[in-house]
Design a protein around this ligand. Sequence first.
Ligand code: ITT
Length: 196
Amino acid sequence: MNKPIALATNNKGKLAEYRAILAPMGFVIFSPADLNIESEPDETGANYRENSYIKAKALAAKVNMPVIADDSGLEVMALDGFPGLHSSRFASECGTYPKAYEELNRRLGDNPNRDARFVCCICYLETPESKPLYFEGICPGKLLKQAHGSNGFGFDPIFHSSEIDKDLGVAEEDEKNKISHRGKAIKKLEIYLAIQ
Ligand code: ITT
């Protein structure tokens, strides 16, 4: 089939996961870098949906193919969902991911509630004028006291998935994709695309 889709992300980890899941379905995923385009709009939305739409809309104005965008984050329940929408910014402010892991654990202290989850919202725009469609997924788990492994990206090494009872830092890519927030959201998108 070879249907092209532009993915509005500058995050290589996300890009790899979209490719791994969508390439076998016949979709060819282009990042802004692949297309020699810069697209980094300010993520000023009040929630994941709004930010995913901001990113999709900005790229859709520059390309001639359907666009998807992904806004996601890590939510630590005992920290009222922090860093959530600001996960990427929080990691940058900490300087490195290992420092961000430490900072989350410092804020959590000895709170026994280590429940956490990853959240993902995909926005799909067939054309710049199309009605945006949203596909969401949640990955429940716990925040680890210490990073374990280096698979995945971002906060994966400090996250334990309840669904596979495994630390994501040591999970294989296909194991993560089956239960991840992104994997679940992409599955829903895939079903929509299959009936088009
Ligand atoms: P783009 O906006 O260019 O897509 P970004 O990394 O800034 O890249 P977000 O604004 O959606 O994307 O921030 C999501 C952050 O949440 C991401 O940078 C990670 O820190 C974290 N995150 C999201 N999904 C994750 C996953 O599957 N594994 C680990 N960390 C994840």
